[in-house]
Design a binder for this molecule. Structure first.
Ligand code: KG4
Ligand code: ZN
Length: 337
């Protein structure tokens, strides 16, 4: 089954052709980062306008690279939630137009389910059930993936997402948006024990996360130093911050693995590209004897290949949208459309 998938939930316009949920025939991503960088973060209205401009060209390229035409496809898939509403609407309306004109079924896909599905591409033998940590710019979830379309959140952040905390701490240290990847790189040169940072816990909800206090601690350290005219080592502060975030993520992952009894662990989302997180997960899973799956680096961030992968399983479970499909800025991962 050949699916053309469209992704426009944030600042990447993407299209891909994916066969049977695993074989990526093409994957094209047009990033808007250079423009949003000027403002230190994503400007929603600019994102929507750029999606409108890019979506036809990106889709044409995806079809060309897959050496296929609309006539040879079996379905159109689109990320319809969650994300920036104006950005999502561009993809949803474009996909509706394609489905209407070709007569193909339209498959709505949840963005976080798609992130998880990036692992079915990287690890073709991977099958649910498993436990998954989804760490992106907007979400930090521990998910019980009982089946491809049967997912339950066991824990989540109460405030900032892990990626958001990385970006805000990086910004405070003067790094360009999105700072997570820069902070990760600089942290490789730093001493992770140089600063003692808080490891916040959520009372009464041991699988939930809280990152805003940690981010504030970094900002306070920087302000105090600048008031005294001192210069902190950005490498050391980055390394200490990265370690604290990864410690918090790992602690809850271990707790959730023990609680559920799963022996298979999967990570997904933009922050799954973090080098310390990947190393620590490899080490922990080796020690515990757990099977570990991580997306290849070019599938960690937003792309449409992962949308095409998840769409295959949504289609098999009967998730076909009507022409009244709407975009949704917020939607739990448990929801069927
Ligand atoms: O999944 P994603 O591409 O978009 C959302 O769905 O939000 O995640 C983007 C997030 C950004 O916050 C970005 O800074 C973060 O992933 N990120 C990283 C790294 N690479 C991307 N954070 C830490 N270390 C990285 N290497
Ligand atoms: Zn994403």
């Amino acid at each position: 089954m050949r699916i053309l998938a469209i992704e426009s939930s944030c600042d990447e316009t993407a299209a891909a052709v994916v066969e049977d949920g695993k074989k990526v025939c093409s994957s094209v991503v047009a990033s808007q980062i250079e423009e949003h960088k000027l403002y230190g973060g994503v400007v929603p209205e600019i994102a929507s306008r750029r999606h409108s401009e890019a979506i036809v060209g990106v889709t044409r390229q995806a079809l060309e690279q897959a050496n296929t035409t609309l006539k040879e496809l079996d379905a159109i898939a689109v990320t319809s939630a969650p994300g920036l509403i104006g950005a999502l609407l561009v993809g949803v309306n474009f996909a509706k137009g394609l489905a209407l004109s070709t007569g193909l079924p339209l498959i709505p896909v949840h963005h976080l389910r798609a992130h998880i599905a990036s692992n079915y591409i990287t690890s073709p033998t991977l099958e649910p059930p498993f436990l998954c940590l989804v760490v992106s710019g907007g979400h930090t979830h521990i998910v019980d993936v009982k089946d491809y379309t049967d997912l339950y959140v066991l824990g989540q952040t109460r405030d900032d997402a892990a990626g958001e905390a990385f970006d805000k701490a990086a910004r405070a240290m003067g790094m360009p948006y999105p700072g997570g990847v820069h902070l990760d790189k600089i942290a490789e040169q730093g001493n992770e024990d140089a600063f003692t940072l808080p490891h916040p816990v959520v009372q009464g909800a041991p699988l939930d996360f809280s990152f805003s206090g940690l981010k504030t601690a970094v900002i306070n350290l920087l302000h105090n130093a600048s008031q005294k005219g001192e210069q902190l080592s950005v490498a050391d502060l980055s390394a200490s911050f990265r370690k604290a975030v990864v410690d918090c993520l790992l602690k809850n992952v271990i707790l959730a693995m023990r609680h559920t009894g799963y022996k298979k662990f999967v990570v997904a989302g933009g922050v799954s590209a973090n080098s310390l997180l990947r190393r620590r997960l490899q080490q922990e899973c080796r020690e515990e004897g757990w099977e570990l799956h991580m997306p290849q680096l070019n599938l960690c961030g937003d792309n449409a290949a992962m949308v095409g992968a998840q769409a295959y399983y949504e289609f098999l479970s009967g998730q076909i949208a009507g022409m009244d499909l709407n975009a949704c800025a917020a939607m739990p991962i448990e929801n069927h459309f």
